[in-house]
Design a protein. Structure first.
Length: 603
């Protein structure tokens, strides 16, 4: 094992001793030696299968067959989730073939950050993760089930589903992806068009046409944002079947993998004699593998919060120091937009997840001795699925990259450190996605221009007020202030300023996720301005230092001066009303800081 990976893994084990033991005791107490519905009274059980077909009723009555919950995030507005429309029917058929019954236990909400970007609804996005977890838990609480299949892909959906699955950690679980859409407009061209539009050199019709060419069909968006980072992390954590993350929708191989996921969960139940509950599968080593997956591919910064919340749901305590230390030792092996021109399909064609896992195992950078839904040992995930005369099988994947511009090797990585850097200083702690930022742009010291709303940045840009070296501070965007929206709409104008030759950086207690691009951005600043963070005392003209190389985030103002500054919190009440935001006040007020997972769920 790489000594850093071994050391961080052991540190997490030691830090989590009491919380992990309490969690394992809880899921042990929830375990039964027979099917779970055997504990239900007759009236309870009758309600549970009242709408089933006669054969399923018989199977559920005699208490010898597995009942598998299906938790679906289907809706047909999200391109990534539209393929799930017919999955329940398909999964039930596959379960019948394995002598089991499937029931849709819950549907959970699934919003699209791409639709809500820059809109009021975006302020519900992060909080939707908690709602997803709670919604899935309500479905599972009927205690009818012996295992569960989880259908979800995008930003907050997968983390929320993982939190729910771990809350019911005594049940086996398999996560079922649906795959990315085919490649559309090249990412480099998309960026060019967006910046032209930001400069007023392109009209809305042309801009819409370009966006429609990028996001054009069913399937996950092909850039490497949170949705595809979810899939990467889940596969390297062993919660997907090997090689299943990036097979496109509505293909024979995709269908075969979906069927196989249904069969596989029945092999992990108490009845199977090979009992593997998800709460035992996801241990400290698996969590470290998830962090390594994120770092080596330059994945979404959202997972610096999501992985924290997911780990805590299993009684495991991680923090940003773990990310930072691992990042210093884990090389960047993938270039996927926005940290390179390739999209997720090109990554898959170059060797994909299997090749990256092979390289990382070769360097001792992953814990191989872990449980997965496919069996013991992560080396199983170097195999790729294929159809052998129509039958699903796995075979050895390529041992070297099929496109060295997309996936590199341990011998010649794109960078010798991971794609995420933790920043620290008197302004607090923050995260920077360095994988997409040229080294020359990672260090900036310049006067601040302070905004208290993302919507004020655009007019300032249009008026030419940002045509200078500056650090743009956008505050009161943290979890308790307004739910911590993603600030993607800032990237095109800031990218224009960078291209004009200005030294530009962004500092915010909000989020950017997978859209973090070439602009150096210190995001997730914690403590947030609304909750006592020094960010609230920054004034326009103050000099701020952002150093993505050394990991510094500092306000260069004398302590004596800062001590005299009085903070008057802005009235944010108008932003807590409309688009359903008024329904989330109690939840918003209980969210923890970004480094603690930005969660209100206490486990």
């Amino acid at each position: 094992m790489n000594p850093t990976v071994a050391r961080v893994t052991q540190r997490i084990i030691d830090r989590s001793t009491s919380t992990r033991a309490a969690y394992l005791a809880r899921i042990h107490d929830a375990r039964t030696k027979t099917v779970h519905r055997a504990q239900l009274a007759c009236g309870n059980l009758a309600h549970g299968f009242a709408a089933c077909q006669p054969d399923d009723k018989s199977a559920l009555k005699n208490l010898t067959h597995n009942d598998i919950a299906i938790i679906t995030a289907y809706n047909d507005m999200l391109s990534a989730h539209q393929p799930y429309e017919h999955y329940p029917e398909r999964l039930k058929a596959a379960l019948h073939g394995a002598g089991a019954v499937g029931q849709v236990a819950a549907g959970v909400p699934a919003m699209c950050d791409g639709v809500t970007q820059g809109q009021d609804g975006m302020e519900l996005s992060l909080m939707s993760r908690e709602i997803i977890a709670m919604s899935a838990a309500i479905g599972l609480s009927h205690n009818m089930f012996d295992g569960a299949l989880y259908l979800g892909i995008c930003d907050k959906i997968v983390p929320g589903l993982v939190m729910a699955a771990l809350s019911f950690g005594h049940l086996p679980a398999v996560f079922v992806p649906a795959g990315p859409m085919a490649s559309g407009l090249p990412n480099k061209e998309k960026v060019r068009v967006r910046q032209l539009y930001a400069e007023g050199k392109l009209d809305r019709a042309a801009m819409l046409e370009a966006e429609a060419e990028s996001y054009h069909s069913a399937g996950t968006c092909t850039f490497y944002g949170t949705a595809n980072s979810n899939q990467m992390v889940m596969e390297m954590m062993g919660l997907h079947l090997p090689g299943s993350s990036f097979i496109q929708p509505n293909t024979p191989l995709r269908d075969a993998l979906t069927d196989a996921a249904a069969v596989q969960v029945t092999r992990l139940t108490e009845n199977s004699g090979n009992y593997l509950p998800v709460g035992r599968l996801v241990d400290e080593k698996v969590i470290v593998n998830g962090i390594v997956a994120l770092l080596t591919t330059g994945g979404s910064t959202n997972h610096t919060m999501h992985l924290v919340a997911m780990a805590r749901a299993a009684g495991i305590i991680i923090n940003w120091d773990d990310f930072s230390e691992l990042s210093d030792s884990v090389p960047l092996l993938a270039r996927i937009y926005p940290n390179g021109p390739a999209d997720i399909n090109q990554f898959h064609d170059a060797g994909g997840v299997q090749l990256v896992i092979r390289e990382l195992l070769k360097g001792g950078l992953l814990n191989e001795d872990v449980n997965t839904v496919a069996g013991f040992g992560l080396s199983r995930y170097t195999l790729e699925p294929w159809l052998d005369q129509g039958t699903l099988a796995w075979r050895e994947s390529p041992e070297t990259s099929l496109d060295a511009k997309v996936i590199s090797s341990l011998e010649s990585p794109f960078e010798h450190h991971g794609g995420t850097k933790v920043l620290d200083g008197n302004l607090g702690r923050a995260v920077m996605k360095t994988s997409a930022v040229p080294l020359v742009n990672q260090v900036i010291e310049a006067p601040a221009v302070v905004f208290e709303s993302q919507h004020d940045v655009g007019p300032a840009f249009d008026a030419g007020q940002l045509n200078k070296d500056c650090v743009i501070v956008v505050r009161y965007q943290g979890p308790r202030a307004n739910g911590m929206p993603e600030l993607h709409k800032l990237m095109p104008p800031l990218g224009v300023l960078l291209d004009r030759g200005y030294n530009i950086a962004l500092v915010t207690d909000g989020r950017l996720s997978g859209a973090s691009g070439k602009v150096p951005s210190a995001i997730h600043v914690t403590p947030e301005a609304y909750n006592g963070g020094l960010l609230a005392k920054v004034r326009t003209g103050d000099v701020v230092r952002v150093n993505g190389v050394t990991g510094e985030l500092s306000l260069l103002v004398d302590e004596s001066e800062l001590s005299q500054r009085i903070v008057t919190l802005p009235d944010l009440s108008a932003g807590h009303i409309g688009s359903g935001r008024e329904l989330f006040g109690a939840l918003r007020s209980q969210l923890s800081g970004a480094e603690q997972g930005a969660s209100c769920i206490v486990l």
